[in-house]
Each structure stands twice: as C-alpha cells, then as structure tokens.
Design a protein around this ligand. Structure first.
Ligand code: AMP
Length: 112
C-alpha cells in the first residue's frame, strides 16, 4: 500500500519520534502549526475516522489513553488540542488515521 504514514511506521521515511510502542507511533509534524505539533497514529493502517469499526476501535481507546503522557513528555503544560481531519471538506491530506496534538502556546478559540 502506498501510504506515507505506513512508510514512516516501517522506517522507510524518517520521522522525529515523540513516542513509540508496538501499537502506535507519535512523531513531530513536518510543518508545525503550533509550538508543539505531534501526530499520533496507529501502526496498523486505518484510513480515517470514517473507517473506525467495532473490530479496530481498541486502538483508538489506546491512543487516547496515551495522548496525555505524550503531550506531557513533549513539554506541553497548560492544555492542548486534539484534532483528526476526516475527508476532503476537513482537508485530510494523509489517508492514514492520525490525531494532531497541538499545544505549547495559547491557541485560537476558533477551530475552523
Ligand atoms: P492532515 O492534513 O490532517 O491529513 O494532516 C497531515 C499532516 O501530516 C500535516 O500536518 C503534514 O504537515 C504532516 N506531514 C506530512 N508529511 C509528513 C512527514 N513526512 N513527517 C511528518 N509530518 C508530515
């Protein structure tokens, strides 16, 4: 499968890792939109929020269990935003489910 984030998981494309275990990878976004901008992805390929099912949703719960410690370890202190863009209207550019963690500064009160 020609998937950029699967290639990052496989080590075929380099990334600056924030956290990794057997189920997920967290790495710094190449074009950060906040002082701390990390992407958290399941290692197994899921295309988007639209493709979360009863069979694969365990990893989603696991990702959200891990996000607070990933954010804390990255130095985020006063809160953060978690975003997942799904589909073309939301400008999803990489079709491998990912959660943006944005923090390290006061964020806009506008989300769109
Ligand atoms: P989205 O637009 O929600 O699909 O987010 C995709 C994100 O992936 C964007 O914020 C990109 O800057 C980021 N991105 C694309 N290629 C890379 C890469 N090689 N390493 C790290 N982040 C990347």
């Amino acid at each position: 499968m020609d998937c950029l984030f699967c290639k990052i998981v496989a080590g075929q494309i380099p990334s600056k890792k924030a956290y990794e275990d057997d189920k997920l990878l967290a790495f710094y976004d190449i074009a950060p939109q906040a002082p701390v901008h990390i992407l958290v992805i399941p290692k197994s390929h899921i295309s988007s929020v639209d493709d979360i099912t009863a069979e694969n949703s365990d990893i989603i719960a696991y990702i959200f269990e891990k996000i607070p410690s990933i954010a804390k370890a990255a130095g985020i202190k006063n809160g953060y935003r978690v975003i997942s863009n799904c589909g073309s209207d939301a400008c999803q550019s990489v079709k491998h489910l990912h959660f943006h963690i944005l923090g390290g500064a006061q964020l806009s009160d506008k989300m769109a």
